[in-house]
Write a protein that binds this ligand. Structure first.
Ligand SMILES: NC(=O)c1ccc[n+]([C@@H]2O[C@H](COP(=O)([O-])OP(=O)(O)OC[C@H]3O[C@@H](n4cnc5c(N)ncnc54)[C@H](OP(=O)(O)O)[C@@H]3O)[C@@H](O)[C@H]2O)c1
Length: 262
């Protein structure tokens, strides 16, 4: 068993999650890998064990299924989890008023409910150990209303605010909470939903490995919100300044003049 403890990665069977699994294994963490496709997880586990020597447990679960989620929460309570990457996510993309309600609810179960419950389960473990790292994968769409991805952008806005709020509550506790806002990443995300990568221009995409490498740099720099493709940090600073100004103004206890009509 590694002194570093166990890194739990959801959605580890492809894309960004698979890159996290590789990086954490290279750092010497034991792993618990979660996804529905057990064959892929088993193949990854075998490779990572032989390449890095770490221990790898696979956990086949549909995070949209309440019973599977409870099984995973129970497992987290039994093992020395020191890192959790809530990465599993789906898009249910398409005109929001046309996409089946069940598909949008399934998205909320995975992107919001599972992420919330697993964050809370991991934080219990982190508190007991006095250390831990939570990395929640949002998206740049957290800041963008999206015609064609209403539930997706809404779910990622939740991930952003939920994670930042946890971070505020846990400041100084030794537990790091980080939220990642990727732009387009070349993974199976679009193809698995019957879309092709041409959703965005080719030049907009980064690789999952480059993204994850950047996330670890952000974690090492103690960054709360990690946006790997944002080259001008002042844009985020200005956004935060505007957000504070907005809050100051709306807390003024007065209806704004433009609404005092009629
Ligand atoms: N790719 C992008 O452009 C992009 C941009 C911003 C944010 N993101 C976010 O990055 C995260 C990872 O996506 P990705 O790009 O790496 O896509 P991906 O290659 O499609 O990977 C998604 C992962 O989630 C797992 N997953 C999906 N539904 C699941 C379920 N019901 N239960 C358990 N696991 C499930 C999949 O595994 P199984 O199918 O084996 O279950 C897979 O391992 C997502 O949260 C996504 O929103 C992606």
């Amino acid at each position: 068993m590694s002194d570093l403890g166990i890194a739990v990665i959801t959605g580890a069977s492809s894309g960004i999650g698979a890159s996290f699994a590789t990086r954490y294994a290279q750092k010497g963490y034991d792993l618990l890998l979660v996804a529905r496709r057990g064959d892929r997880l088993a193949a990854m586990a075998e490779n990572l064990r032989s390449e890095t020597g770490v221990g790898v447990e696979t956990f086949v679960a549909d995070l949209g299924n309440a019973g599977d989620l409870t099984r995973l929460e129970t497992r987290l309570a039994e093992i020395p989890v020191t890192a959790l990457v809530n990465n599993a996510g789906v898009g249910a993309l398409g005109p929001t008023s046309n996409v089946q309600a069940d598909a949008q609810q399934a998205l909320l179960n995975i992107n919001v409910i599972a992420l919330t419950r697993l964050s809370l389960a991991a934080i219990q473990r982190f508190k007991a150990a006095g250390r831990g790292t939570l990395i929640n994968i949002a998206s740049v769409m957290a800041l963008m209303p999206s015609a064609g991805g209403g539930a997706y952008s809404g779910s990622k806005a939740y991930v952003l605010n939920f994670s930042r709020s946890l971070g505020l509550e846990l400041a100084g506790s030794g537990i790091g909470v980080h939220v990642v806002m990727p732009g387009p990443v070349r993974t199976e995300f679009f193809s698995s939903q019957g879309l092709n990568d041409a959703v965005f221009p080719d030049s907009s995409y980064v690789s999952a490995d480059d993204l994850v490498k950047a996330v670890f740099a952000g974690v090492d720099q103690d960054e709360e919100v990690i946006t790997p493709t944002l080259s001008s940090p002042e844009i985020w600073r200005d956004y935060e300044i505007a957000r504070s100004a907005f809050m100051r103004e709306v807390m003024g206890g007065e209806i704004a003049a433009q609404y005092k009509v009629g």
